[in-house]
Structure formats: structure tokens, C-alpha cells
Design a protein around this ligand. Structure first.
Ligand SMILES: N[C@@H](CCC[C@H](N)C(=O)O)C(=O)O
Length: 276
């Protein structure tokens, strides 16, 4: 099978984007891993598929696979790249694009300056729906691993996130603590782990150890989850600049029961073809 693809990134969180409308695409875990392999394949954090939607009230189906082969519910940086991809390939002429994901619907707005604002939906805070094991919903939770007590915020942006507040993202042990919390038994579907340093109420530094991909240069849903967790803990205001290793996003959230808005760039690197 030969697959045409486009290599893209959102602040260094990189993607192989595949148009599955104009070509037949059969992906399984082995093929996803082969494409995502940085030495033997194209290399990426996630693969994004553009498909025909199942309902007429949306424009596309947006599917996401992590580099480890798992299919997941959401990807924020990917959503911005998705909007640029379908626009550049003239699959749509709309500047507001509705997509369905494995976990709901989202709207992607192309801005005149080339950036994309994504309405990421209302964050889910009920532990059962994150999913996260906890006696009751709280703004933060104790989490024990190997005799060490962590304090985390727990949020779903369609996909699950744990957010730790740290003194400095430079010295945070992202690889070791991230890997340990990713597979913590209280997160039955595993979890993305964010390390947030609050600079002031309108700006944070953030590093994210992503479920199924390891640490990435940026995570859009992670940025949203960190701002939600920070607001709930009264550390942040409603408009926050999030500095990730690959660059900055603007995240806006007015509080519970309102959607999170994420604004940032989307970049095309090259077009290619791979034989599987
Ligand atoms: N890079 C993403 C998130 C991709 C999915 C995530 N690793 C998961 O397993 O939920 C983003 O920008 O949001």
C-alpha cells in the first residue's frame, strides 16, 4: 500500500496527516508504529486521518493515533493542523470547520493571520468520566506513586490529563514522573501528564509527557487542561499564555460549563509518499 501524506507540526508536536477521503487507508497498530518510527519510518508524535463524517452536521471525521499505535479521542495541536490541511488541499472552503472525533464534536476557526482557534469544548471534571478513580470531584487530588505523594489536577479535554504544579519546568523530572503517572492504576485509560510552572496569573510554562508518545515539544489539550486546573485552583485568570518547549499558545477559559478556546499556529513541512 502506498500512502500520500503531509508532514505538519503545531509548535513542534509533529504529525503525519493522511487524506483518507481521496485514497484507501488501512491502518492498524503495526502500520501506525511503522509510520511514526523516527528511524525506520517518517517519524511523528501522532498520525491524523481526514475521513468522511458519519453525520451531516459536521464537515469531517478527525481520527488520531499516537506513535505507540493507540487510537485516541483528541489532539489540540493536531486540530489546528487538520484545519490547515483540509483548507490547503481545498477539501473545504469554510473558515469555520466542524469535525467529529472519537469523543464528540469540535469547531476549528481559521484566522486571517494564519493561526487557528479551536473551540475545544467544555472540560470534563467528573472523575468517573475522565476516567480517574477518586471518591469525589475536587480541584486537586493526592496521588501516591512508589511512596511519593503528588498533588494533581485531573481534567479531560476529551482525552485524560493529570496536571502537576512544579517550581520549575526546567528541573522537573518529566520523563520519570511522567512515565510513572501515565500508567498509574487510578487512570484506567492511562493519562497525559502536564508539568506546570505558574509565572503569573496570565502566563505559565508547561511540559507534557504524552500518553502513547512520551514528552512532546507541545500539547494542545495539555495546555487547555493545565489552564483549567490552574483556574480551578485559583492560580490563573481566564486568558493565559502557555509557553511550551516548541512555542506558545493562547488559552481562554471563563470557568466551569464554558468551552476552552485554544489559539496557535499550524505549519506544513513537506508532502511525501510512503510504502507500507
Ligand atoms: N499532542 C496532542 C495530544 C495527542 C493525544 C494524547 N497523546 C493522548 O493520548 O490523549 C495535543 O496537542 O493535544
Amino acid at each position: 500500500m502506498r500512502l500520500k501524506f503531509t508532514k505538519m507540526h503545531g509548535l513542534g508536536n509533529d504529525f503525519v496527516v493522511i487524506d483518507a477521503i481521496s485514497q484507501r487507508v488501512l491502518l492498524d497498530e503495526k502500520r501506525v508504529r511503522a509510520i511514526a518510527d523516527r528511524r525506520f519510518g517518517v517519524g511523528c508524535d501522532q498520525i491524523l486521518l481526514v475521513e468522511i463524517p458519519s453525520s451531516p452536521d459536521v464537515d469531517f471525521r478527525y481520527r488520531i493515533f499516537n506513535a505507540d499505535g493507540s487510537e485516541v479521542e483528541n489532539c489540540g495541536n493536531g486540530a489546528r493542523c487538520f484545519a490547515k490541511f483540509v483548507t490547503d488541499r481545498k477539501l473545504t472552503g469554510r473558515s469555520s470547520i466542524r469535525v467529529e472525533t472519537a469523543n464528540g464534536k469540535m469547531t476549528l476557526h481559521l484566522q486571517n493571520n494564519g493561526e487557528v482557534t479551536v473551540d475545544m469544548g467544555i472540560p470534563v471534571l467528573n472523575p468517573e468520566h475522565i476516567p480517574f478513580t477518586a471518591a469525589e470531584q475536587a480541584t486537586h487530588y493526592p496521588l501516591e506513586h512508589n511512596g511519593i505523594q503528588y498533588t494533581i489536577g485531573a481534567v479531560s479535554m476529551g482525552n485524560p490529563h493529570a496536571v502537576l504544579t512544579v517550581g520549575s519546568t526546567e528541573t522537573a523530572e518529566v520523563e520519570t514522573i511522567g512515565a510513572a503517572i501515565e500508567t498509574h492504576p487510578r487512570f484506567p485509560k492511562r493519562v497525559n501528564v502536564g508539568f506546570m510552572e505558574v509565572i503569573h496569573r496570565g502566563e505559565i510554562n508547561l511540559r507534557v509527557f504524552e500518553r502513547g508518545a512520551g514528552e512532546t515539544l507541545a500539547c494542545g489539550t495539555g495546555a487547555c487542561a493545565a489552564v483549567v486546573a490552574g483556574c480551578l485552583q485559583n492560580l490563573l485568570d481566564s486568558n493565559v499564555k502557555v509557553n511550551l518547549p516548541g512555542g506558545s499558545l493562547t488559552i481562554q477559559w471563563q470557568g466551569p460549563d464554558t468551552p476552552v478556546l485554544m489559539t496557535g499556529p499550524a505549519t506544513t513541512v513537506y508532502h511525501g509518499q510512503i510504502r507500507l
